[in-house]
Design a protein around this ligand. Sequence first.
Ligand code: ATP
Length: 131
Amino acid sequence: MKTVQVNIVTPDGPVYEADVEMVSVRAESGELGILAGHVPMVAPLKIGAVRLKHSGSTELVAVSGGFVEVRPEKVTILAQAAETSAKVDVDRAKSAKQRAEEHLNHPNESDVRRAELALKRALNRLNVAGK
Ligand code: ATP
């Protein structure tokens, strides 16, 4: 099967680079499955898991929003933060989840939108880490 080159890049540097058979991302407009030869496009991403399929296995990378740029031979994901499943610090994500839930339980004392986003990031990281 033809492969497409995927790069996931953050302000701290590259997080992932590989040739894969298919990459799936959570775009704002919905789930997007990208194969080699896809028409060029740019789309904003939600907080979610990027799924990378190759040689019969699927790898997950947690991304905290950003953009995907698709070209026929190359997919670039620019994210504010991204972690492969092996790089997720599970204890840190659990603490972040707990903090966000506490803020949401006391909505007058905090910025609800910020806590909701922090909770989404934490749940996404735990999901990608299989927790
Ligand atoms: P926290 O409150 O734990 O900092 P956060 O969601 O506010 O979580 P971000 O602002 O999204 O953190 O990320 C800041 C940096 O820390 C990024 O480089 C991101 O990759 C890294 N990071 C955040 N949480 C984790 C985690 N659970 N495991 C590994 N890296 C993490």
